[in-house]
Design a protein around this ligand. Structure first.
Ligand code: PRP
Ligand code: MN
Ligand code: MG
Length: 181
C-alpha cells in the first residue's frame, strides 16, 4: 500500500475520541429508548465502522438492518441523486428506528432517506450521525444525536471513503487535495 501519511493532511478525530463519544451517545440512546422496540438502521457502506462500535457500546441488544444508498460515486461532491442499492429487510411498522450514519455533509442523503422512511409506518425515526459538517449543509437534517461537528473538509477513514479507499483507517482524517485534484 502507498504511504498513507502522504495522503492525509491532518487527523481530525482519533480512534480514542470516537470510542469515548460512542460510549456517551450509547448511554444516552439506551436511556431514551428504554422499553421501546429499537431498530438500528445502518447506511452502507460508510456506517459500517460506527455501527459496529456503537451497537457494541449499547448496554442492551438491538436488532440491526442495513440500507445501501449512494450519492457520491467516485467523486468528492454529492451528485444529489440518491440511489438505493439494497433496501431494508425489515418491516418498519411500529418500530422505533434509529438511523446510524457516518456523516452528514450536504444533508441530501439523509433528507432523502427520512422522506423515504416517512411512509413505512415506523413509530419514530431519529438519526445518529457520527460526524456533521455544519458549513456544508444544503438541506437541514433533524439529527437527534451527533458525534462531532467538523469543518468543511473532505474527510476519510473510520468508514468514510474516497473512491472506496481509506475506509479502514482507524481515525477520521482530512484527505490531502493532491489525492483527488
Ligand atoms: C457518503 C456518506 C453519507 C453521505 C453524506 O456516502 O457515507 O452517507 O455521503 O453526504 P451528504 O450529506 O452530502 O448526502 P456515499 O454516497 O459516499 O456512499 P458510501 O457510504 O457507500 O461511501
Ligand atoms: Mn454513505
Ligand atoms: Mg462514499
Amino acid at each position: 500500500a502507498a504511504d498513507v501519511l502522504t495522503e492525509i493532511t491532518q487527523v481530525l478525530v482519533t480512534e480514542e475520541e470516537i470510542r469515548a463519544r460512542l460510549d456517551e451517545i450509547a448511554a444516552q440512546v439506551a436511556a431514551d429508548y428504554e422499553g421501546k422496540d429499537l431498530l438500528l438502521v445502518g447506511v452502507l457502506k460508510g456506517a459500517i465502522m460506527v455501527m459496529a462500535d456503537f451497537s457494541r457500546a449499547l448496554p442492551t441488544t438491538a436488532p440491526m438492518d442495513w440500507m445501501a444508498v449512494s450519492s457520491y460515486g467516485a467523486g468528492t461532491k454529492s451528485s444529489g441523486v440518491v440511489q438505493i442499492r439494497k433496501d431494508l429487510d425489515t418491516d418498519l411498522h411500529d418500530k422505533h428506528v434509529l438511523i446510524v450514519e457516518d456523516i452528514i455533509d450536504s444533508g441530501l442523503t439523509l433528507s432523502w432517506l427520512l422522506e423515504n422512511f416517512a411512509s413505512r409506518g415506523a413509530a419514530s425515526v431519529e438519526v445518529f450521525a457520527l460526524l456533521r459538517k455544519p458549513d456544508a449543509a444544503k438541506v437541514e437534517v433533524d439529527c437527534r444525536y451527533v458525534g462531532f461537528d467538523i469543518p468543511n473538509e473532505f474527510v476519510v477513514g473510520y468508514g468514510l471513503d474516497y473512491a472506496e479507499r481509506y475506509r479502514n483507517l482507524r481515525d477520521v482524517a482530512i484527505l490531502a487535495p493532491h489525492v483527488y485534484s
